[in-house]
Design a protein. Structure first.
Length: 550
């Protein structure tokens, strides 16, 4: 058991070791009096970003996961830091099988007896779980993903420390407030707790397998739920090699170019049709089978895009590919991104310049990763925050593109993207209207809708300066008079209704009961008066409406 107090000192020691003592001192004043780095073998590391990455690796699984999540946030971190964070590898030394055996025995109905064989040497080992090959009693080949004993306590302790550090950072570094450190840690806490629950990992696999069931050349392992729990996931074993092992893929008699196409279209479908996508497509999570199928592995990270927002994600990709900064800005705003009015034109100019830079030196050449890096640098310049699932989507597309180029150096992102978007637009009329460059009228209509909030924003600014104070006061007085007249008419209507109903009851009762003549007479007069007033009210309303129309 790692106590919170002891873990604080461990983290402080690592940060002092990698020359981040000033940072620690600002977060926790006085710590330097008690902690000193005795051996700091990092003098040869000149890059501040490299030292940060090494410190994260030494801090352990929680911080490695946090760094990996931050590597998708190109809108808030500089490119050099992003490149270092991308190097973070979630590989740890495997635990002895005798350490993980109790987990298997406690989670399976019959313990290890549920399997006729378990390979004690793990296929892979990560910070949260390690993977062993096994065989069911009926001979079915499976894989056991076993959660590391004690990892939950470690992560929960680290999350408390991260939350405290984020809260202190917003006070110690006021310039960081725009990046919302507390919000980033809270979002990360949700994500890593999901990864701790292997049931969610299995559900993600099932959903992905269902969505891709009719996609050619793609496979997702089946989950054996009768043996699976939150600490143990039992899934189908699929033989294959890493997607970047080109020599072995060619030995299978499989054309790597075909695999690149399978992967690209599978991910485009996940993102833009299903709104649910595999969030970690590095080569270790993508295998190729001897028959030539692409296999998805590790489903702890998944991206979700709601249907009503999906069309604007498409607009962002289309704007980047078509070099249309106006469509890109509109799509960002439709996702709730706040762009100050005074920055709009400069932002469009900078985005267009980044799009031109992404074309490269050869006609027809295009770098999507270059465009993404340029766009995120511009967003960071203007301190514009974007949805985290948008950054995850862009990261996934870049990773898929990198894998595609590894498999096929001539892989043409523009051609494949336009082909997919064309197919998608033919199936969905709304997307066709938005994505087709010829449908300017729809874009203009959307522009008009998007202009409404900006117009309202201008009006609020004028209100704050008193420029239209008198007009608003006049309108409020007019509104007050209208409400008073309306309430008077409602009151008169209620009185007339009461007169009609009351007098009707009395006149009806006079036919069977003995009622004084004076009461009957008054009821009759009331009934007649109510009818006359009612006719007059109807006439007045109709006359007033007609007069307003004239």
């Amino acid at each position: 058991m790692v106590t919170k107090f002891r873990r604080y000192w461990q983290i402080a020691d690592v940060l002092f070791k990698y020359e981040y003592g000033t940072f620690v001192q600002r977060l926790f004043p006085g710590v330097h009096r008690f902690r000193r780095c005795r051996t700091c073998p990092v003098e040869s590391i000149s890059s501040n970003y490299a030292r940060a990455r090494l410190a994260i690796e030494e801090l352990g699984p929680t911080f490695i996961k946090f760094g990996q999540i931050l590597s998708t946030r190109q809108d808030i971190l500089p490119p050099g830091m992003i490149e270092e964070l991308k190097k973070l590898q979630d590989h740890t030394n495997p635990l002895p099988f005798e350490t993980v055996r109790p987990v298997i025995e406690s989670q399976c109905p019959d313990g290890c007896n549920s399997f006729s064989w378990i390979d004690e040497t793990p296929l892979a080992s990560a910070s949260i779980a390690q993977v062993h090959r096994a065989r069911l009693l009926d001979g079915t080949e499976v894989v056991l993903k076993v959660r590391r004993p004690g990892i939950t306590d470690i992560i929960e302790t680290d999350l408390v420390i991260l939350q405290s550090a984020a809260r202190r950072a917003q006070g110690a570094f006021p310039e960081w407030k725009v990046y919302n450190p507390e919000g980033l840690v809270a979002e990360f806490s949700v994500q890593i707790r999901k990864e701790l629950d292997l049931i969610l990992d299995g559900k993600n696999a099932d959903r992905l397998r269902h969505n891709l069931r009719e996609v050619e050349g793609v496979k997702v392992p089946r989950i054996y739920w009768e043996y699976s729990t939150s600490e143990l996931l039992v899934m189908e074993y699929i033989d294959g090699v890493r997607v970047d092992n080109l020599q072995k893929i060619r030995e299978f008699g499989v054309n790597p170019r075909k695999i690149a196409q399978y992967g690209f279209y599978a991910y485009m479908k996940q993102i833009f049709e299903d709104g649910f996508f595999h969030g970690d497509p590095h080569p270790g999570n993508l295998f190729v089978t001897p028959p030539g199928d692409l296999v998805f592995l590790d489903f702890g990270i998944a991206g979700i895009i709601r249907p009503e927002r999906r069309v604007w994600f498409i607009g962002i990709i289309n704007g980047m590919v078509e070099k249309n900064p106006t469509l890109l800005v509109k799509s960002l705003e439709s996702l709730g991104v706040i762009i100050p009015e005074e920055n709009r034109e400069a932002l469009r100019d900078d985005l267009y310049a980044a799009m031109l830079d992404a074309e490269g030196t050869t006609i027809g050449q295009y770098s999507f990763s270059g465009m993404t890096n340029g766009m995120t640098e511009i967003l960071r310049k203007y301190q514009i925050r974007v949805p985290s699932n948008l950054m995850l989507m862009l990261k996934v597309i870049i990773m898929v593109l990198d894998v595609g180029i590894t498999l096929d150096p001539k892989f043409d992102f523009i051609t494949h993207t336009q082909a997919f978007m064309s197919q998608l637009s033919r199936r969905t009329s709304l997307m066709d209207n938005i994505l087709n460059r010829g449908t300017g009228s729809v874009i203009e209509a959307i522009d008009g809708l998007l202009d409404a909030p900006r117009s309202l924003n201008k009006m609020v600014k004028q209100l704050s300066t008193g420029a239209i104070k008198l007009d608003i006061e006049h309108e409020f007085l007019h509104l007050q008079d209208s409400l008073e007249r309306t309430s008077d008419k409602i009151l008169i209507g209620l009185i007339i209704a009461g007169m009609l109903v009351g007098s009707s009851y009395i006149l009806q009762a006079s036919t069977s009961l003995i009622i004084p003549d004076i009461v009957v007479l008054l009821s009759s007069l009331t009934y007649i008066a109510a009818i006359i007033i009612g006719f007059y009210a109807v006439y007045h309303v109709l006359f007033a409406v007609g007069r307003r129309r004239d």
